[in-house]
Ligand binder design. Structure first.
Ligand SMILES: C=CC1=C(C)c2cc3[nH]c(cc4nc(cc5[nH]c(cc1n2)c(C)c5CCC(=O)O)C(CCC(=O)O)=C4C)c(C)c3C=C
Ligand SMILES: [Fe+2]
Ligand SMILES: [Fe+2]
Length: 344
């Protein structure tokens, strides 16, 4: 007897906006060797001396700005996505988070208890990064290997230029465009440049030249920079937005190492100073609105831009529960079920 199921994976949020809950979450998140990819002793020291004393209170305040009656926007939206996808397919759809709850460990236990033999693992990240897609997959596989080593698994690959994803992104974003917009900014979550180099299997291609991540290359199956550029290019082509009215930047830096640039906060200031008046910002690395979109762009970004002279900045919502996005996920599940049926 076989039983198939799908598992949606996302990053996770603290359980509440209390400082102890946020501290627990940040401790789990930033203790991940794929997020702070430095020697373990150094990571522990940095966490203890520089991050955990002050950041939990600052982040708790930021979370309070976006928290809803049902909880964190990321969790609430992810649960809604799970419900909507479940309604479109005829197998159970589970939801797990890399950090916090519902934890990957608990959800794999539930999946095992329900007798699942074939699991489609769906990291809800369009782009490959060791700190997002890779760590989610590694954690899920560790749990499966220890709890149910015979379970068969299949992985949804990063879908950064999948025409169906691009179509869903265009359909959800385009209604927010206005004729008098001066600029559409694609703001992606940043990562340290070091992690782009580490994810380059050749260790000789990515970030070696200014334009090395632009074009297709065998090293780019794991190149976050290339994949963000590719999403932007595909979106511009599919949406018809004039390229000269677009820009790209990377947000959410932590610590002082060089991260992928240009940095969103610096760019918003520059645009304001250079006379750009009306900006729309979309964040295609996130499929659900969360702290990093609602607070960092929709609140702080607005201040940065208007204080520098800009008139208005609007955040374009992520795909969230948009029907085209739900269809994308449901279709990928159905396609996997067809391959299962044809191979069994
Ligand atoms: C979209 C993919 C993401 C990548 C890549 C990523 C890398 C990355 N993040 C941090 C540090 C933090 N990120 C935080 C929040 C956060 N990050 C993502 C996604 C990616 N992160 C999401 C969806 C969220 C929002 C979570 C929510 O609850 O809404 C935070 C926590 C908040 C804060 O204190 O600022 C941190 C910290 C690093 C260091 C990193 C790559 C190395
Ligand atoms: Fe992050
Ligand atoms: Fe690259």
């Amino acid at each position: 007897m076989t039983k198939a199921a799908a598992l949606l994976l996302n990053l996770g949020s603290p359980d509440s906006t209390s400082v102890p809950d946020v501290r627990r979450y940040l401790d789990e998140f930033l203790s991940d060797e794929r997020v702070l990819d430095i020697p373990a002793w150094k990571r522990k020291l940095i966490l203890k001396l520089f991050i955990l004393p002050k950041r939990p209170a600052e982040s708790a305040e930021a979370y309070s700005e976006v928290w809803t009656e049902e909880g964190s926007p990321l969790i609430v939206t992810s649960k809604e996505q799970q419900k909507l996808v479940s309604e479109q397919v005829d197998i159970p759809v589970f939801l797990g988070m890399r950090y916090g709850n519902p934890s990957t460990e608990d959800i794999i236990r539930q999946i095992v208890n329900e007798g699942v033999t074939d699991l489609f693992i769906m990291p809800l990240y369009p782009h490959y990064a060791m700190s997002s897609y890779e760590t989610a997959v590694v954690k899920a596989m560790e749990e499966i290997n220890s709890q149910a080593p015979h379970m068969r698994t299949k992985l949804l690959q990063p879908f950064y230029q999948d025409p169906d994803y691009i179509e869903a992104l265009v359909e959800s974003a385009k209604p927010h465009f206005e004729d008098d917009d001066d600029l559409l900014l694609f703001s992606y979550h940043g990562i340290p440049e070091r992690q782009v180099r580490k994810s380059d299997p050749s260790h000789a291609h990515c970030l070696v030249r200014e334009d090395c991540c632009e074009n297709a290359h065998p090293c780019h199956a794991t190149c976050y920079k290339h994949q963000c550029l590719a999403t932007t290019k595909a979106f511009i082509e599919a949406s018809g937005v004039p390229q000269e009215k677009t820009a790209i930047s990377f947000q959410s830096r932590l610590l002082r190492d060089p991260w992928l640039g240009p940095y969103t906060d610096f760019e918003l200031k520059r645009f304001g100073q250079e006379g750009v008046k009306k900006i729309k910002v979309m964040c295609p690395a996130f499929v659900s609105d969360c702290l990093e979109t609602i607070e960092e762009i929709g609140m702080r970004g607005v201040e940065e831009f208007t204080e520098a002279g800009g008139e208005s900045l609007s955040l374009i919502p992520c795909m969230n529960d948009h029907p085209s996005w739900i269809k994308f996920l449901s279709t990928r599940i159905q396609q996997w079920q067809q391959t299962l049926a044809s191979t069994s």
